[in-house]
Each structure stands twice: as C-alpha cells, then as structure tokens.
Design a protein around this ligand. Structure first.
Ligand code: 9WO
Length: 260
C-alpha cells in the first residue's frame, strides 16, 4: 500500500486545508497519498446524534464518548488492507520529531484520532490508541489542526511531492540543525542589504556561510537541539564544523556579526 490517512473527526471540512491547497493537494492529484474522514457522529447512540457527555467526577465541559469513536475507528480499520496504527493527537503525547514524520511518510500512514471538548474517554485510548503525539506544549480547541500539520509534514516528504526534489532534503532538521536565513530581491530593502557572500556567486563560500548560520542559530536558539547534534557527532566534528564553531564562539565574544 501507499500513504493513506484515515481521520476520525467531528469536523471533516477542516481537512480541505490539505486536500484543497498547495503541495499536499498536488500530491493527492498525483495519487501519491489519500485521505478518508470518519465522523463519529455517524455512529452516535441517540436520536440527537450527540457523541459527548458530562465528565464523571464533575467539572466543566464535556468528554467524547468511547462507543461512537470506537465504531468510527472500526470502520476506518475495515476500509484499510493493513493493521494501521491509531494515533491520538494531544498535548499529553510524545513530541513529534522529523524522524517520526519521515518514518510515517515511508510507511502506509495511520488512523488519526482527533479529540474535541475536554478530551476522550480514557478507556477508548486504552483500548484502541497505539501512539499519542503532541506538536508542543499548548492547547488547541481540538486535535484537527495538529492532525493537519502531521499530514502536511508527512506528505511533503513523499518522493515526487515537491517540484524541487532537493528542497525536502535540505530542509531544517534533516541533519538536526535549524535552517539558514533566506533572501530574495530586492538587494536593498528598507535600508537592509543582503549578505554580500550570497551575491558573490562563490558557491563554496555560500555553502560554508549557510552552514555557519545554521550552526550559530541552532546553538543560540535551541541549545538542547544543538547539544543533541553535538552528541550525535561524538566520533568527532569535521574539520570545517570545528572551524565554524570556533569562528562562531570568537565572534560572539566580540559581540559582532551575530547570526541571530
Ligand atoms: C480543554 C479543556 C477545557 C477546560 C478544562 C480542561 C481542558 N482540557 C482541554 C483539552 O486538553 N482539550 C483537548 C483538545 C482534548 C484533546 C484534543 N484537543 C487538543 C489537542 N488540544 N490540543 C491538542 C494538541 C494536539 C497536538 N499537539 C498540541 C496540541
């Protein structure tokens, strides 16, 4: 099989954001992936088609009931040829990484469970959720926007999704560092110039400058990511990497030419 996402959601209209726009739309039209939504309301228990109820123990708001969600997951699973994993998007999940995105993109996809209200009955999670993923330490109104971000991140990794094949490879995080700054015309904007090296046409100097910017930014803005990158190079930095880091540290002491 190829990449397929089945999304359990009360708001299937939201997924037009990936099926109807940009790179993900083009990739869909090229047959590189597919999407199916499953609305738990279609498996509601009562005449009002409600799928939430008040929390045991009291407190504000409502909780999504297990039964309609489980039936929607069953329907999604039955429609697939594989034993797809069920992923629940929530702030309680493990942080999403580029590594996990690349793994998912290389596989057959997953069933994405989107919660609403105050959350989902824990017994549904216990019974059917294989993995819980978070995009960060913040709360949304539901899991849909997180699922959309996950889908978009995976789809753009598919071979043939991008017009310029190199783009996905050279992006942030592929080698564990943040991206370098980018510039386009005009050369002077509101008194701000483009770094001279980028206008020089000297490809080797440009490559070296970009690498240095990536290193400096990662070290400054994401020290924990930088530490990980260093640890991963435990067998030693390349000559160039060591030299660039020396330059970055020296420039920082003099307080000039900051990359950030
Ligand atoms: C809402 C709420 C309201 C009053 C008191 C407590 C409350 N908790 C929540 C809540 O956490 N709602 C979640 C909404 C339930 C699961 C789906 N929702 C969700 C997913 N919000 N944010 C995410 C999410 C997912 C992935 N990465 C970051 C955030």
């Amino acid at each position: 099989m190829s990449l397929r996402f089945d999304v359990v959601t009360l708001f299937p209209e939201m997924f037009a954001a990936v099926t109807g726009c940009g790179i993900s739309r083009r990739a869909l039209e090229r047959g590189l992936w597919r999407l199916e939504c499953w609305n738990p309301r279609d498996w509601a228990e009562n005449a009002w088609r409600t799928v939430d109820d008040r929390p045991f123990g009291g407190g504000p708001g409502m909780v999504m009931q297990a039964k309609p969600l489980e039936r929607a997951i069953d329907a999604a699973q039955a429609a697939r040829q594989d034993r797809a994993r069920v992923i629940y998007l929530s702030p309680q999940g493990r942080p999403l990484t580029h590594r996990r995105v690349a793994e998912l993109a290389a596989g057959d996809g997953a069933i994405l469970l989107c919660g609403r209200y105050e959350g989902v009955d824990e017994r549904l999670i216990e019974r059917r959720v294989d993995e819980e993923i978070s995009l960060g330490d913040f709360v949304l109104s539901g899991g849909e926007l997180a699922a959309l971000a996950l889908i978009d991140a995976c789809v753009r990794q598919l071979p043939g999704a991008l017009n310029d094949e190199a783009s996905a490879v050279e992006d942030s995080f592929v080698d564990g560092l943040l991206d370098c700054p980018h510039y386009t015309r005009p050369e002077l904007y509101e008194g701000l110039a483009v770094p001279e090296v980028l206008l020089s046409g000297h490809h080797e100097n440009i490559r070296r400058w970009r690498r240095k910017q990536s290193l400096a930014r990662t070290r400054e803005r994401r020290p924990e990511l930088f530490a990980e990158w260093l640890a991963q190079r435990a067998r030693g930095l390349s000559k160039e990497e060591a030299q660039l880091l020396r330059e970055i540290e020296a420039e920082e002491l003099c307080g000039r030419d900051s990359a950030t």
